[in-house]
Design a binder for this molecule. Structure first.
Ligand SMILES: [Zn+2]
Length: 102
């Protein structure tokens, strides 16, 4: 059984709500996803495979969780690229349960 992330319509990160949307105007061959801090929006290209969607989503989440200046912007892309796949691999291995024991 392969587990897949359920991509939410919005996600709260660092106390702010970010909208998650899919757009046909992004060319998935060039850019699978974008993150815009100003509008607090993660945009995924239309037509991605499930695996591409979850990787792209997690990649943009990582951009969103780095507050400005924590990682110098010049290296942020390579840091995020280095983290997205291993983090997804780690998340896939986790089993979540309710804190109330139900
Ligand atoms: Zn990126």
């Amino acid at each position: 059984m392969t587990l897949r992330l359920r991509i939410p319509r919005s996600i709260r990160l660092r106390g702010a709500i970010y909208r998650v949307r899919t757009s046909r105007s992004l060319n998935r061959l060039e850019t699978m996803a974008t993150f815009d801090e100003k509008s607090r929006t993660i945009t995924l290209a239309h037509g991605l495979s499930l695996r591409q969607r979850e990787e792209a989503f997690l990649h943009e989440v990582l951009h969103a969780v780095f507050p400005n200046g924590v990682v110098p912007s010049k290296v942020e892309e390579s840091v995020v690229e280095g983290l997205d796949e291993p983090l997804l691999e780690a998340l896939r291995q986790l089993r979540w349960r309710r804190a109330d024991g139900k």
